[in-house]
Design a protein around this ligand. Structure first.
Ligand SMILES: Nc1ncnc2c1ncn2[C@@H]1O[C@H](COP(=O)(O)OP(=O)(O)OP(=O)(O)O)[C@@H](O)[C@H]1O
Ligand SMILES: [Mg+2]
Length: 238
C-alpha cells in the first residue's frame, strides 16, 4: 500500500455535536491543520475538549458536518473501518492514560503496533524492531532500567505512567498524535521537558500533533494556538 501523503491532516467542516437533543455541546465551522504541524487547543473544563478528540477518533459521530483525516471523511465509515483507520493512523494519549495494568511497561507501549501492521512496519523501519523503538522512547523520557522492567504499570507514579502513554502514542509514527491534557500529573520542569520531547518526536516522524489543555503556559511550544469559546447557540465553538 502506498503511503498516504496529504497537505491537510485534519479538516472539520460545519460540525455540530450534542450528547442530548436540543443541548448543543460543540460546533466547528471550519478547522484545518496542515500535515506535520502542532496545534494547542485550549478551553475551560467542560468546554468539549475531550469530546472534540473523541469525534476526531471516530468514537462518537457528529450530528452533522464532516471530519476529514488525511483526506478521508471518517463520518461516513462503518465502525469497523473507523477502528482500522484509528489503529493505523492515530496515536492517543488519553486523559486517564488507559494503560493496561496486567501488562508490563514495554507491552503497553507495543500494543498499537500489535493492532496495526502499518505501525509495526514503521517502527521496524525506524528502530529495527518495535521493542527497540519502545526502549528508545523510554530512555528519551528518562526511564531507568528498573522502571522499564517494572512488571506492571501500576508500579509507576502517575507522571511516569503519563510518559508511558506518550511513548505508546508515538511508537510506529502515526500521522496524527492526539493528546488529551497529558501533563496534568507533571510538575512544571517535567512538563516542559515532556512537551519538548513529544514535539521533537512528532517532528522527527512527521506526525501532526493535536494537544488539548487548559494550561496556557504550554501554548508557546506549538505552531498554532486555538481556543474553544462559548457559542451563542449554546455549548462551545472552535
Ligand atoms: N458521555 C457523556 N454523556 C453526556 N454528556 C457528556 C459526556 N461526556 C461529556 N459530556 C458533557 O459534554 C461537555 C464537554 O465535556 P468534555 O469532557 O468534552 O469537556 P473537557 O473540555 O474535556 O473538560 P475537562 O477539561 O474537564 O477534561 C460537558 O458539559 C460534559 O458534561
Ligand atoms: Mg477532558
Amino acid at each position: 500500500m502506498p503511503e498516504i501523503t496529504v497537505d491537510t491532516a485534519v479538516e472539520i467542516t460545519d460540525l455540530r455535536f450534542s450528547w442530548a437533543p436540543g443541548k448543543p455541546i460543540l460546533s466547528v465551522e471550519k478547522f484545518q491543520v496542515p500535515s506535520s504541524e502542532s496545534v494547542f487547543i485550549r478551553g475551560p473544563s467542560g468546554s468539549g475538549k475531550s469530546t472534540l478528540l473523541n469525534l476526531l477518533g471516530g468514537v462518537i459521530k457528529p450530528d452533522s458536518g464532516s471530519i476529514k483525516l488525511l483526506g478521508q471523511d471518517i463520518t461516513g465509515l462503518k465502525a469497523s473501518q473507523v477502528d482500522h483507520f484509528r489503529a493505523d493512523h492515530t496515536g492517543y494519549i488519553f486523559q486517564q492514560f488507559n494503560l493496561l495494568p496486567y501488562l508490563s511497561v514495554i507491552e503497553n507501549i507495543l500494543l498499537p503496533c500489535q493492532f496495526s501492521k502499518k505501525r509495526s512496519l514503521k517502527a521496524q523501519e525506524m528502530f529495527q524492531t518495535p521493542e527497540m523503538g519502545a526502549l528508545y522512547l523510554l530512555q528519551r523520557m528518562g526511564f531507568t532500567e528498573s522502571l522499564i522492567n517494572a512488571k506492571s504499570v501500576l508500579e509507576l507514579s502517575t507522571g511516569q505512567q503519563q510518559r508511558v502513554a506518550a511513548a505508546r502514542a508515538l511508537l510506529g509514527a502515526p500521522e496524527l498524535v492526539v493528546a488529551d491534557e497529558p501533563t496534568s500529573a507533571l510538575d512544571s520542569d517535567h512538563r516542559d521537558q515532556f512537551i519538548e520531547l513529544i514535539l521533537e518526536q512528532c517532528r522527527a516522524q512527521s506526525s501532526t500533533l493535536l494537544f488539548v489543555s487548559h494550561d496556557t503556559s504550554l501554548e508557546k511550544h506549538f505552531d498554532h494556538r486555538i481556543s474553544l469559546k462559548p457559542s451563542q447557540a449554546g455549548g462551545y465553538k472552535l
